[in-house]
Ligand binder design. Sequence first.
Ligand code: SF4
Ligand code: SF4
Length: 182
Amino acid sequence: MATIQVQRKQLNFWERIYLPEIFRGLAITSGHFFRNLLFHGLRAFGLKQFRGAVTIQYPEEQRPLPLRSRTRHRLTQREDGSPRCVACMMCETVCPALCIYIVAKEVPDPDIEKAPASFDIDLGKCVYCGFCVEACPEDAIRMDTQILDIASYSREGMMYSMDDLLHPEKHANRILVDPKRP
Ligand code: SF4
Ligand code: SF4
C-alpha cells in the first residue's frame, strides 16, 4: 500500500514567538465578551431583537429540542393502557442495528390478533435512525420523548423493557410529552 507523506505547515517567525497569536486569541475572546455584553444591555432596555449568548445550566436546566428531533423511544398506548403494538415485527425487521427484540403473543380480540408479550430495545446498540418509527403501521412506536440523556453504568442498564417504553417518564429527568397521548 502506498504511503502518503503529509508535510506539516512550517510556522513563520510571528507564529513561532507566540505573542501575536496570543493577542489574536484574546482579541477574539474579548470581541465575543463585549458583543454579548452590548446585546444583553440593549435587550435589558427593551430592544428584544438583540440576543446575546446565554449559558444553560445543564443538567438542572435543559433546552427544549426541536419537535422533530429523534429522542428516546416510547410505545404508544390504547385507551385501556395496553400497547398499540400488534407485534407485526416490522420494526424489528427493519432495524439496522438489530437491537429490537419482540416476543409475540395471541390475544382473544379478533381485531388485534397479536400483541407483544415482551418488547425490548437495546439503546446501547441503537443508532437513532428512526427506521422503526417509519416502518410501524400502527403508530405504536415513536421517538418524541425529548429525552436524550441516556446513560447507564452497565450494558444491561441500556436495555429498555416494554414497561420502560410504555412509561418513559420512569427513567427521565424530564419528559415533554404525555405518554398517554394517542
Ligand atoms: S432508531 Fe433505528 S437503530 Fe434504533 S431501534 Fe429504531 S430502527 Fe433500530
Ligand atoms: S412495527 Fe409497530 S406494530 Fe409492528 S412490532 Fe413494531 S411497534 Fe409493534
